[in-house]
Design a protein around this ligand. Structure first.
Ligand SMILES: *[C@@H]1O[C@H](CO)[C@@H](O)[C@H](O)[C@H]1NC(C)=O
Length: 368
């Protein structure tokens, strides 16, 4: 045995050494392999959670879009249409005029004339206001949805929503989102009375020279509506109309004023404040102004076309203003129809430039 050992010890050492180092290499290799598969598993897991986050984000965005399509816009349109019907009641005036018809003693002619004049202003005011409010409301709500969608994207990229610790914060954010979306009701609740009086002033100014016997054809009607809207939009300070759509919050104003400077401290601002500030900035931008102009003109074109079709061609050859007024009064409620049945809202949705504007807004391409 010893003999054997003495003769072969070198070999044995070498063999053991080889085996040992082989084992070591194997251990190393195994660990490495495990690490690799761990890494692969981890990567796969991360990929899965990425997909999960993406899917959650998509679902949340679609949810916001759905809330705004199914609830926010229809609800805002409904309250707007009932408020407008109440505040700008054309029927009452028309009935008083009809009662006096053929019974000359019931109404003095000066009184009749005054009633006709009021009916003229009221009919055009209601039509122009309905057109403006419907257009602005549908644009406003789309601004909201796209800003919310982008915030959601950024928050998710920062990891909010993926952490359980932040679930509570997420809940608060969703409250703010709800509050933000419900600001679409501001127009019919708070903005409407000033909007009515200013639109009425614009209509009175434009129509003051028009008599009931004046002939209105398609061109004249079109130009009259455009003129009323232009007069209204250019009243007071450049963005006065933004105040009919959303609250004039001093806090939000401050945020806008200081945004852009590095010293801005946004830590005290709630998500709601930020969203409102951003919305106001978009609404005040020149690009949004262009979109508004274009959309209003498209809707005026469609509206005048409808009135022309309904008059069976008599508008194109010219009809007295007195005969046109009932048609105008009839059109106004159609402008504030519920979104699913509102032809004009569909028309707005199909304007390519509007589509592009919102795509850029969502992507946060520079728009201002
Ligand atoms: C409508 O009437 C005005 C004059 O009142 C005229 O200049 C215009 O060409 C007419 N438009 C159409 C389409 O007939």
């Amino acid at each position: 045995m010893w003999e054997f050992w003495r003769r072969h010890k070198r070999k044995v050492y070498v063999t053991l050494g080889v085996l040992g180092s082989g084992y070591l290499v194997y251990k190393l290799y195994d660990a490495h392999r495990r690490r690799l598969s761990d890494l692969e598993r981890e990567l796969a897991g991360r990929h899965e959670s990425d997909e999960l986050i993406k899917a959650q984000m998509q679902a949340h965005f679609e949810n916001i879009q759905r809330i705004s399509d199914m609830t926010t816009l229809p609800h805002a349109m409904l309250s707007l249409s009932s408020q407008v019907a109440e505040e700008l009641d054309v029927m009452n005036l028309a009935e008083r005029l009809m009662k006096g018809k053929g019974r000359p003693n019931t109404l003095a002619s000066s009184e009749r004339l005054e009633l006709w004049d009021r009916l003229k202003i009221l009919s055009f005011t209601r039509m122009a206001l309905s057109l403006w409010a419907m257009t602005m409301l549908s644009l406003y709500i789309r601004v909201q949805v796209n800003i919310l969608g982008r915030h959601l994207y950024i928050d998710t990229a920062r990891g909010i929503g993926s952490s359980q610790l932040l679930e509570e914060a997420d809940l608060i954010e969703r409250n703010d989102e709800q509050q933000f979306l419900s600001s679409a009701d501001f127009l019919s609740n708070d903005g409407l009375s000033t909007l009515i009086s200013n639109m009425q002033a614009a209509a009175s100014g434009v129509l003051k020279g028009n008599h009931l016997k004046d002939l209105f054809n398609t061109t004249v009607l079109h130009d009259t509506i455009v003129q009323i809207l232009d007069t209204f939009m250019s009243m007071g300070n450049p963005h006065h109309w933004v105040d009919y759509l959303m609250p004039q919050d001093a806090r939000v104003q401050d945020l806008i004023a200081s945004s852009g400077s590095d010293s801005t401290d946004l830590s005290h601002a709630t998500k709601f404040d930020l969203l409102m500030a951003e919305t106001r900035a978009v609404l005040s931008s020149a690009e949004f102004g262009n979109i508004v102009d274009m959309t209003l003109k498209t809707v005026v074109d469609a509206l005048v076309e409808d009135i022309e079709v309904q008059s069976e061609g008599s508008l194109s050859s010219g009809m007295p203003l007195a005969k046109l007024l009932p048609r105008i009064a009839q059109m106004a409620p159609l402008l504030l129809e519920e979104p699913s049945r509102n032809r004009f809202i569909q028309i707005i949705r199909n304007i390519q430039e509007v589509e592009l504007f919102f795509t850029l807004l969502y992507a946060n391409a520079p728009i201002g």
